[in-house]
Design a protein around this ligand. Sequence first.
Ligand code: DC
Length: 235
Amino acid sequence: MKYRALAIDGPAGAGKSSVAKMLAKQLNYTYVDTGAMYRAATLKALALKVDLDNPESFSFLDNTKMEFMHEVLYLDGKDVTIAIRSNSVSNNVSVVASHIPVRNRLVALQQKIADKNHVVMDGRDIGTVVLPNADLKIFLTASVEERAKRRHAENVSLGIDSDLERLKKEIERRDQIDSSRSYNPLRVAKDAIFVDTSAMDLGEVTAMIYDLYKKKIDEKEEQPEWKTTNNPIKN
Ligand code: DC
């Protein structure tokens, strides 16, 4: 069976996770928040007190379990939804995500999930590295100002301490690290559709992507190869 995949990439706070969650619900697909996986790796590294700057500190990931169930990420069996949003994780995750062994391990895990499930997957390198054959690739972005406001509102709703000006600076810093790292940086896939969400609400963005995706899938299903392999009458 061919599993379907919708890839959504973009910088922090562009609205990827809210949009991806809504799309996964509408399509009845598994939502895979790859940023949460890098955060979980950071959380565990902080708990183990390993040297975060050393790529070789992360061999513990070989014995680490990460599973998504109903939008919740379980790290070694424990729900870490709130813990991975703490300031200490947010401030260290870019460095952790820049290490080659960390990326290789998490990309392999992400590909394994997509091998067995229809997925909406969001991150920075989904269309370029993790799922280069995704059925549709979207690159979502928005101004730094707008992205900081959205992250602030999300933090407040989760009961996390939040300061708008500081968030702006952190977002700029993380953009810088995420797009300038040498291994799998944040970049737009050649065949991705670029969407600036600064002046759109998340409902509008979701509806737009849903329509684009359905159209793409309908086109694929109309292709002759698809019909000959799946429709017994035509075989
Ligand atoms: O989307 P987020 O803010 O939760 O992502 C956390 C960090 O992980 C961010 O610094 C970028 C990094 N990341 C990455 O390098 N590759 C991904 N596929 C997803 C996130």
